[in-house]
Design a protein around this ligand. Structure first.
Ligand SMILES: NC(=O)c1ccc[n+]([C@@H]2O[C@H](COP(=O)([O-])OP(=O)(O)OC[C@H]3O[C@@H](n4cnc5c(N)ncnc54)[C@H](OP(=O)(O)O)[C@@H]3O)[C@@H](O)[C@H]2O)c1
Length: 289
């Protein structure tokens, strides 16, 4: 049974061996990378690092030896994360800056300031996001517009700022945090949120296509998380196949380290659910969501 599932994952995502290992056993894969300290001398910039997946990723990347450039609006949280990480890993450097990603000019300024601080930024994770969307046509354009602006337009600003840096360096790894809700148009409160994340996934694929066309050595990864319990869904009832933040961030960091182009995380069951979502008739899909 497990063998069959593994084959399905491999086939569906056209992955390399390392990518399959990272998907099926993310903890073991990360342990190996930890032993090698793969991040030594490299820097990862993460937006939305003050809670949830961003904070979790910062902890895991620090463990792998990476220097960190972290930002968000809640700087008190960034400050304590910085103290925690430099105490635990004295060989790494952690810098933080306040950033509201809806202030587009600030996105460019903060990213450039981090690049000046560290000299080189090896990876940028476009992670900041909100999940507050509502049924369309129910008088909540304000909420839906804000979600689309933060999750798509602000993410575009972050991708622009990241790619400026990577083009100048002629190297880099852009990672965007999409969502399983990007797989199809979804009903109820997920319509605008899912559309914003589908837009982001499309944007990342376009940048990847451009890198192939221009043969620039810049990698682009799109991560599609399933339900991971964080502040974004703090008041939600039990969610299908939900995992805790630690399990979720391990799956995400393993996929990023394996250099996937696209990954549904955790891989099981979400890579299979993703295939089903793309194929099911819309009527069936709407009932399941
Ligand atoms: N958890 C899940 O189940 C799940 C599933 C699919 C996709 N995702 C995506 O994963 C990403 C991280 O979400 P999470 O689950 O970790 O949620 P979270 O715990 O609520 O974290 C969201 C992060 O985004 C930051 N953020 C929000 N608005 C911002 C703004 N205007 N400017 C700067 N930073 C802002 C927040 O920092 P401040 O408030 O301090 O600014 C916070 O650090 C999001 O893009 C989300 O859509 C999550």
């Amino acid at each position: 049974m497990q063998h069959k599932l593994l084959n399905l994952v491999t086939k569906s995502a056209k992955q390399s061996k390392a990518q399959v290992f990272s998907a099926v056993q993310p903890s073991r894969y990360l342990k190996d990378l930890d032993k090698q300290q793969v991040g030594q001398g490299k820097t990862v910039l993460i937006t939305g690092a003050s809670s949830g997946l961003g904070e979790g990723m910062a902890r895991l990347f620090a463990k792998l030896g990476y220097n960190l450039a972290i930002c968000a609006r809640r700087t008190d949280r960034l400050e304590s994360l910085q103290s925690e990480l430099v105490a635990a890993y004295p060989n790494i450097r952690v810098e933080y800056r306040a950033l509201d990603v809806s202030d587009y000019d600030a996105v460019f300024k903060v990213f450039d300031a981090f690049a000046a601080d560290f000299g080189t930024i090896d990876r940028i994770v476009v992670n900041a996001g909100i999940g507050d969307s509502r049924r369309i046509g129910k008088g909540r354009f304000d909420t839906n517009r804000r979600t689309v602006e933060i999750n798509f337009i602000s993410a575009l600003a972050q991708c622009e700022a990241a790619m400026n840096i990577f083009r100048a360096q002629n190297s880099g790894h852009l990672v965007v945090m999409s969502s399983m809700s990007a797989m199809r148009g979804l009903p109820k409160h997920l319509t605008a949120y899912g559309a914003s994340k589908a837009g982001l996934a499309h944007l990342a694929e376009g940048i990847r296509a451009d890198m192939l066309l221009t043969k620039l050595p810049i990698k682009v990864s799109t991560i599609y998380p399933g339900y991971i319990r964080t502040e974004i869904n703090t008041n939600a009832k039990p969610l299908p196949f939900e995992v805790d933040t630690d399990t979720g961030t391990k799956a995400i960091v393993a996929a990023i380290e394996a250099g996937v182009e696209e990954a549904c995380v955790p891989s099981l069951p979400w890579s299979i659910v993703g295939q089903a979502m793309k194929r099911l008739p819309l009527q069936v899909m709407s009932r399941l969501s």
